[in-house]
Design a protein around this ligand. Structure first.
Ligand code: BG6
Length: 485
């Protein structure tokens, strides 16, 4: 028998994401037959009480997706169990080992990262870190390089690197994997994927939500550590990496680390020019008035809820191609996209009159709200005009839209892919220790530059695309952020 143990099994992540993901995998009969799923948390409740809570959460999510099936739930229910534990105590964890017998255990730590070191130490003593066992760690592992290393050293004392699965849920998103397919499953893009043809890259992760009652965590981290250190740098790596020799976990991750090593460090002298910090002031969201971050927090805080950065990758492929990244809370749209902006034609044969200007090609890799990859190309406007009229046409390159053939498959939760991979021991879509280390090193440089330069967040009105300084970041280089209208 194999077991998946969800530490923090009654918490928000488990109830909102992990257990619904497991249900969908069960629904599609993708879970190993003999897998047990055990919730483990402090609360003293019976397995029946726990399972009732799981059902309520899973059913609501599955019904919303029109994928509720009593038979699938019955199969999942038969796998579920619960054990009240203090995960930091080896003694308290021993019954868990007894429960799963000799089979392999995958432990998912969906708890506060401040507990990781103590939990893995207890797991080791309780026999839950045997060579066939695995551990899955949610971000954020640490708050900077030093705290990351302290936690990760404790993890390394209990588990070998092959047994450790550091999650970045963005890597489980369908379009992120589609980006890999697009880049390396086609010949036509690779010759263009460099500084000869690409002018710049933009990565935007916009969220409409505020920080709300997550502030005790968020105030210590801010947008730089919460989003940029992990999700955004991972997306940047996948766009910028060299073709790996195969899809073996280490082949892919070796290439990603090389990108992180090539990121130009940001110095205090550069901070003003290439970075922007912002914090939302009161404004509106979805047409309703919303409070400022400081009001939610209850006192004045210097934590950024928005960050925009120009990153430069110092290697042959990307020399001179800026990567602009921005992310923030309380922006006008929930929107995640990567924009590959190609260079303009070297010489236009079309007059710049009312015929429409020749726009440079642009590829948009959209992760949210839609999952799509599109390419904008110039076309002739149909008709008998004597002088040729041009217009940009957006071509979809993915299954997400188009309406031809089969309906697109159900949109999966990113954790479905990642849970399945962790259970199968495939770490391609997980973050290796040296990747996390390099990402922290670069991000520490940014926060140090802010500290040295005394960079404070600019206010931005909730419901806008961040401080004006974020527009200047591109404007001063003659560029602009992509807009959806
Ligand atoms: C998490 C961050 O990692 O990602 C949150 O901690 C953020 O602050 C979330 O809201 C965004 O994820 P997604 O998949 O909704 O874009």
């Amino acid at each position: 028998m194999a077991a998946l143990v969800l530490f923090g099994g009654g918490g928000d992540l488990a109830m909102r994401m992990l257990l619904p993901s497991l249900y969908f995998l069960e629904h599609d009969r993708l879970l190993p037959d003999d897998l047990k799923i055990i919730g483990a948390a402090r609360s003293e409740e019976t397995p029946a009480e726990y399972i009732a809570k799981v059902r309520a959460s899973v059913e609501a999510k599955a019904r919303a997706d029109q994928a509720w099936d009593e038979a699938a739930w019955a199969r999942m229910e038969a796998r579920l169990d619960y054990l009240a534990v203090d995960a930091t105590s080896a003694e308290s964890l021993r019954p868990l080992r007894d429960k799963v017998g000799q089979g392999s255990v995958t432990s998912f730590l969906a708890v506060s990262p401040s507990l990781y070191a103590r939990i893995v130490t207890a797991m080791r003593a309780a026999g839950l870190a045997e060579p066939e066992d695995r551990v899955v760690l949610e971000k954020p592992v640490g708050r900077d390089l030093e705290t990351f290393l302290a936690i990760d050293d404790a993890v390394a004392d209990a588990f070998s690197e092959q047994q450790v699965f550091r999650i970045d849920h963005y890597l489980g998103k369908e379009t992120v994997q589609n980006l890999i397919a697009l880049r390396f499953g086609n010949t036509i893009f690779e010759p263009l994927w460099n500084n000869l043809s690409i002018d710049h890259v933009q990565i935007t992760i916009g969220e409409t939500v505020g920080v709300g009652d997550r502030w005790p965590y968020y105030d210590e981290y801010g947008a730089l550590r919460d989003m940029l250190q992990n999700h955004m740098l991972q997306l940047l790596c996948l766009v910028a990496m060299e073709p790996p020799s195969d899809l073996d976990p280490d082949s892919v991750r070796n290439e990603k680390v090389k990108v992180l090593r090539s990121l130009r460090p940001i110095t205090p002298e550069d901070a003003e020019r290439v970075t922007v910090r912002g914090q939302y002031a009161a404004g509106t969201s979805g047409g309703k008035p919303v409070a400022s971050y400081d009001e939610e927090r209850g006192l004045d805080s210097d934590t950024e809820t928005f960050v925009a950065i120009r990153a430069d990758i110092d290697n042959w492929r990307w020399a001179g191609v800026p990567f602009f990244m921005r992310t923030g809370k309380r922006l006008p749209e929930k929107r995640t996209e990567i924009v590959i902006q190609f260079k303009p034609v070297p010489h236009s044969i079309f007059d710049r009159d009312d015929r429409g200007e020749v726009q440079a090609n642009r590829m948009i890799i959209e992760l949210q709200p839609e999952e799509d990859i599109s390419l904008t190309v110039m076309n002739k406007r149909p008709g008998l005009d004597q002088r040729m009229q041009l217009q940009p046409i957006k071509m979809s390159l993915s299954w997400g839209v188009g309406g031809k053939g089969d309906a697109p498959p159900r949109r999966r939760i990113a954790y479905e892919r990642l849970l399945l991979d962790a259970l199968n021991g495939d770490s391609t879509l997980f973050v290796r220790r040296d990747e996390a280390e390099k990402a922290w090193e670069w991000v520490d440089g940014v926060s140090q530059a802010w500290a040295d330069a005394g960079t404070k967040p600019h206010d931005y009105v909730a419901g806008t695309w961040g401080p004006e300084a974020a527009d200047y970041l591109l404007d001063r280089t003659g560029r602009a952020w992509n807009t959806t209208d």
